[in-house]
Design a protein around this ligand. Structure first.
Ligand code: IPD
Ligand code: CA
Ligand code: CA
Length: 263
């Protein structure tokens, strides 16, 4: 497989995320078709339309690349780059007209992120990152916050869709952290929450059960903006880690200790 022109591929991903986001923005004010994907999980006609648009673009511009997309599945490529696609992160929000959702596109190769794009079409905020090239929002460089203690931090989390029927449902952790920081937000779009750490709007995010398409783009932004990522044990985070903790780095150990004390 020929070497990837990362700058040109990032431009393509940005343009594609903007087009998919525009589709979602228009769909928000129209009648949406909402179906149940599983006992607890919604999917709309716009998740599928956005994914079709993105997959068409990747087939056209990167024909040899593998695709793992939330609605159609797929697999990580063994010997070729893989696109991790969440065509609509925050489906539940979108289905209710709650304006907090995003398109997320990550490109990985050999278990390492190369590129990431997260687009919020409501605020017209385009987050992007290239490995070794920093992270930006609408072209402006991003840096994580300087908040040095949990007591001064604004943090986010999320809950697995089946939290009503599982013991490790994150509620104990939520209670503990909420009591020790300036607030825990549960806004319902993990890719956007994580991108907000890169921008310093949030100081950390933790969650269990995230999928590669939720994390494949925004985690690179955190890393490139000077933040830290780990699994539940403080070891290196990877796409298959059961729990992800992302932070500005300064409050990472304090948050990890609290989360582990809650279990
Ligand atoms: C969900 C959102 C939510 C997170 C869930 C994800 P979806 O993605 O990111 O914030 O808590 O774990 O599944 O289903 O809206 O694409
Ligand atoms: Ca998602
Ligand atoms: Ca989704």
């Amino acid at each position: 497989m020929p070497a990837i022109n990362l700058a040109a591929t990032l431009d393509m991903a940005i343009e594609t995320a903007r087009r998919a986001g525009a589709l979602l923005r228009v769909g928000l004010s129209q009648q949406r078709q909402i179906d149940l994907k599983s006992a607890y999980e919604l999917v709309t006609d716009m998740d599928r339309a956005s994914e079709d648009l993105i997959v068409d673009a990747i087939h056209t511009y990167c024909p040899g690349h593998a695709i793992l997309a939330e609605e159609r599945g797929g697999a990580v490529g063994v010997d070729r780059p893989t696109w991790l696609i969440d065509p609509l992160d925050g489906t539940n929000n979108y289905a209710h007209g709650f304006p907090y959702f995003a398109v997320s596109l990550g490109l990985w190769e050999e278990n390492q992120p190369l590129l990431g794009v997260v687009y919020d079409p409501v605020r017209d905020e385009l987050f992007s990152a290239q490995a070794g090239g920093g992270a930006q929002c609408n072209g402006m460089p991003l840096h994580v916050s300087q908040v040095a203690t949990l007591a001064g931090a604004l943090i986010s989390t999320g809950f697995p869709y089946d939290y009503g029927t599982r013991a490790d449902n994150n509620l104990a952790e939520f209670n503990k952290v909420q009591a020790r920081c300036q607030g825990v937000r549960r806004a319902g779009a993990a890719a956007l929450d994580i991108a907000y750490i890169a921008m310093g709007r949030l100081d950390a995010h933790w969650e269990i059960g995230l999928k590669p398409w939720d994390t494949g783009a925004a985690t690179l932004m955190v890393r490139e903006a000077g933040g830290q990522l780990s699994d539940a044990h403080g070891e290196g985070w990877g796409l298959s880690s059961a729990r992800m903790v992302a932070s500005n780095g300064l409050i990472h150990d304090e948050l990890l200790a609290l989360l582990n004390a809650a279990q």
